[in-house]
Design a protein around this ligand. Sequence first.
Ligand code: PNS
Length: 168
Amino acid sequence: MARALCPGSFDPVTNGHLDIIERTARHFEDVLVAVIRNPQKSESLFTLEERQEMLREVTAHLPNIHIGSFKGLLVDYAKEHDAQAIVKGLRAMSDFDYELQMAQMNERLSGIDTFFISTSPQYSFLSSSLVREVARFGGDVTNMVPPAVAKRLVERFGDPAERAGDDK
Ligand code: PNS
């Protein structure tokens, strides 16, 4: 059995990510979850250390998971760490075009194949960016992220239950 690499921004890790990581851990001997150091998107909400710490907390029950970080090309990191497969979750067709393109590019660059796991339907709407937005404006995200992440969001933005009365 091989080592799989699950890359992402994980800003923050959601229940959807965790589901993909847990399912990957069932199929591979060893899973390296790699956090990108400088996500190109917007500025990240959580630091690299915080994103890694949350991942460690929420995957503590899985013995074959390691948390790392990378910058630069994913395939270089995969080769350095002897990963034979990249694993990604696919939520909807909107993910597919870009993910297919990246998978083909990564295969062309390195010969490393990407395996896709279909996101569980209850998580298909879920993304870190939406979680950040909802939490920022006082919405309740407790069913969307692991408890350790919900706690960090409350520390960052305040408790939604308490904030509900703010404008009254
Ligand atoms: O969680 P995200 O933001 O969807 O993760 C995207 C990520 C980090 C997996 C992707 O942007 C990536 O692999 N970046 C590394 C740079 C790289 O290798 N680019 C070429 C891809 S073909």
